[in-house]
Design a protein around this ligand. Structure first.
Ligand code: SF4
Ligand code: SF4
Length: 98
């Protein structure tokens, strides 16, 4: 089934200054797959909810900034990233929905 992001233009807008929450399980998977410690790429926001860190550029720590933008953990990115765009504000942000 074709989804709204099948034709992603890799503009990176959804990975810039976006608050990406992740569960402990998702953080554990990212840690295992990347070999990084959770504190290197996330901060604990609540009892069991984490937030991915940004770079100085404002982009998510896992966004590769080349000619086009590309998620370096695409296969195991958090569910909030998989479900983007999911609300009117996100749909407005994403050029792929126009
Ligand atoms: S995890 Fe990947 S898709 Fe999610 S904000 Fe970071 S770079 Fe973007
Ligand atoms: S905002 Fe839309 S087109 Fe741009 S990278 Fe994100 S999903 Fe792809």
């Amino acid at each position: 089934m074709e989804t709204k992001t099948d034709n992603c233009q890799q503009c990176g807008s959804c990975c810039w200054r976006t608050t990406v929450f992740a569960t402990e399980k998702e953080i554990g998977l990212i840690a295992r797959m990347t070999g990084k410690k959770p504190e290197e790429f996330s901060s604990l926001e609540d009892d069991d909810l984490f937030k991915l860190k940004y770079r100085d550029t404002g982009y998510c720590i896992f966004l590769q900034e080349k000619e086009k933008f590309c998620c370096s953990i695409y296969e195991f990115r958090p569910d909030v990233c998989k479900s983007f765009p999911s609300d009117p504000e996100e749909i407005e942000l994403c050029p792929n929905t126009k």
